[in-house]
Design a protein around this ligand. Sequence first.
Ligand code: 5GP
Length: 115
Amino acid sequence: MTTIFHKIIRREIPADIVYEDDDIIAFRDIAPQAPVHVLFVPKTDVATLNDLREEQAAVVGRLAFAAARYAKEQGFAEDGYRIVMNCNEHGGQTVFQIHLHLLAGAQLGRFGTPG
Ligand code: 5GP
């Protein structure tokens, strides 16, 4: 699979990378929706949450754990934050490699359908 996130993993395009290990990369969203907006992306290829197999469930757990650890390291864990995974059209997914959004740094609005 090749998405923009695979190109970031392969260093073919630049990104502001804040964390990386053997399984995960995390970098700042190019169009931030909050003062802190970091994307946590697994290096395992999974296009959407619908494609995640049961034996791959730990992939998502690692993303959530890494996001919480980052929040603690950066000092906003107690204030709070939001993690989001969008799936397909109605979820607003635009990049088809699963990823977890970490949003923080201000009081966040509610979410769901507009209005
Ligand atoms: P989705 O809409 O699929 O849940 O989230 C994709 C996210 O990737 C969007 O928030 C979008 O701003 C971000 N994004 C798209 N292209 C790039 C890029 O080239 N670099 C970075 N850092 N983020 C990107």
